[in-house]
Write a protein that binds this ligand. Structure first.
Ligand SMILES: *[C@@H]1O[C@H](CO)[C@@H](O)[C@H](O)[C@H]1NC(C)=O
Ligand SMILES: *[C@@H]1O[C@H](CO)[C@@H](O)[C@H](O)[C@H]1NC(C)=O
Ligand SMILES: *[C@@H]1O[C@H](CO)[C@@H](O)[C@H](O)[C@H]1NC(C)=O
Ligand SMILES: *[C@@H]1O[C@H](CO)[C@@H](O)[C@H](O)[C@H]1NC(C)=O
Ligand SMILES: *[C@@H]1O[C@H](CO)[C@@H](O)[C@H](O)[C@H]1NC(C)=O
Length: 396
């Protein structure tokens, strides 16, 4: 498999300045232990969650699996327009707003503002057209961006738009989706506006159409923040073909998120291997910045065989244990090294947020947080009291 090279950077620890001569003898035996412990991954790993299960205290096991495993969430269905305003315009958004009670350490994708399929829109909209329809679209963007301002990192603005074009057809406006992106961005400029589509890597049907759409939006100056690729896969996915399709989509130059990963494989050992291979491919691809699973529990999954955990106790199966191991152990850096005065230390570490702890004789003498990203980083650590001045270089 591909090495996970791009996800790691080097940290060099060096004791820089020399103490006065009279301290030198003492320092010959002096060493400190540096522990770097990763708190968060720069690459986004997350899952769709059901709004009731993630909120209701009766679903403790569901919540535990989620929080033990992931750092990003997307509400599976709760934000879709028919769910918000199923029977009539103007149902309050506040109930839903209050029920989103994810821990503040979880980042959230907003899915979705529009979904332009004839059977995906609220039923009361079917009789509308022209200016009347356009004005409810405008109002919906205002409601969503106002209610959820600052809550989401991404908006899926118009879901599955290379397949579904209800609003384009009814309004006789082929560029209505571009207008949706511009309006959403104008009203909520800090949330990135995403395209999100299917059959992009899971089949060849839509790969080039998706690239074409992105290039067209780019040429028109539409504020696209990234491209979501759903990735609902069958058993034994062909990695070579998926990579080739990803490379095609990446030509648009936008960040890519895998937004709805699942693999419909009921043999849990095969499923474990399939997930690991696909996760490794996505994690290794320079254009991919995050991967969202489309659910994890067989009690709440559109493809129960794809789940990572089963039954009333949300017990991780082989695939779930594999995913937890990769995300919480194998692809995280947690290292402790002893360093003597003047010695150099090199650690390759996964990108993300870190806690640095410095111990001497079993006592913690210094702690601080730092982050490691592609731009590199350089920290000056002054171990006050020890007379020692140590510099940490963080570089590519
Ligand atoms: C949200 O979660 C916090 C902490 O877990 C809890 O104290 C609070 O009651 C929850 N709020 C709701 C509306 O459930
Ligand atoms: C998942 O696979 C099973 C057979 O293993 C099949 O019956 C089912 O239709 C598939 N589900 C989806 C949503 O593709
Ligand atoms: C990090 O490693 C230390 C031992 O060096 C261990 O005690 C600790 O549990 C580890 N933490 C995590 C989050 O793996
Ligand atoms: C480091 O980050 C953790 C987790 O976000 C936080 O609890 C802690 O207070 C931070 N420590 C410092 C020294 O800023
Ligand atoms: C390190 O901290 C000590 C004590 O606070 C201070 O006297 C010294 O100037 C600092 N050294 C550097 C290089 O910042």
């Amino acid at each position: 498999m591909l090495p996970l090279f791009i996800n790691r950077c080097q940290i060099a620890l060096t004791a820089l300045s020399f103490p006065p001569i009279y301290l030198l003898l003492l320092l010959l035996l002096y060493y400190v232990a540096f522990q770097i412990q990763q708190l968060k991954s720069e690459f986004g790993w997350g899952s769709a969650v059901n709004v009731n299960n993630i909120h209701d205290s009766a679903h403790h096991a569901y919540q535990k699996f989620f929080y033990d495993t992931f750092e990003w969430a997307v509400l599976e269905n709760a934000l879709k327009w028919p769910a918000l305003e199923g029977s009539k315009v103007g149902t309050s958004y506040i109930t839903l707003f209050n029920s989103i009670n994810l821990s503040c350490r979880i980042k959230v994708r907003g899915h979705n503002i529009f979904w332009g399929g004839g059977n995906k829109i609220p039923r009361w909209q079917k009789s509308m057209s022209g200016a009347e329809l356009k004005s409810v679209l405008e109002k919906h963007i205002q409601d969503m961006t106002k209610t959820f301002k600052g809550k989401f990192q991404h908006w899926d603005v118009e879901n599955e738009n290379i397949h579904l074009h209800y609003y384009e057809d009814i309004l006789h406006d082929p560029d209505i989706t571009q207008w949706m992106f511009r309006e959403t961005h104008r009203l909520d400029p800090h949330t990135k506006c995403y395209l999100n589509d299917y059959s992009v890597v899971s089949s060849r049907l839509s790969t080039l159409a998706y690239l074409d759409q992105a290039l067209k939006f780019k040429a028109a100056g539409v504020p696209v923040g990234g491209m979501g690729i759903q990735s609902h896969l069958g058993k034994n996915p062909d990695l070579t073909i998926i990579k080739k399709r990803l490379d095609e989509v990446a030509k648009a130059g936008y960040p890519i998120w895998i937004t709805e990963l699942d693999i419909n494989e009921s043999d849990e050992n095969k499923k474990s291997k399939n997930y690991e291979d696909v996760m490794r491919l996505y994690f290794s691809h320079p254009a991919v910045h995050g991967v969202m699973f489309w659910g994890f529990w067989d009690g709440r999954h559109w493809r129960p065989s794809a789940a990572l955990a089963n039954g009333d106790h949300v017990t991780p199966n082989a695939a779930g244990r594999k995913v937890q191991n990769l995300l919480q152990k194998a692809w995280r850096t947690n290292e402790t090294r002893d360093i003597q005065h003047g010695q150099k230390l090199h650690i390759r570490a996964f990108k993300g947020n870190y806690k640095l702890l410095v111990h001497h004789n079993g006592n913690m003498i210094h702690s601080q947080n730092f982050s490691l990203n592609s731009n590199g980083n350089s920290l000056n650590i002054n171990l006050s009291g020890s007379g020692e001045y140590t510099q940490i270089f963080v570089a590519l």
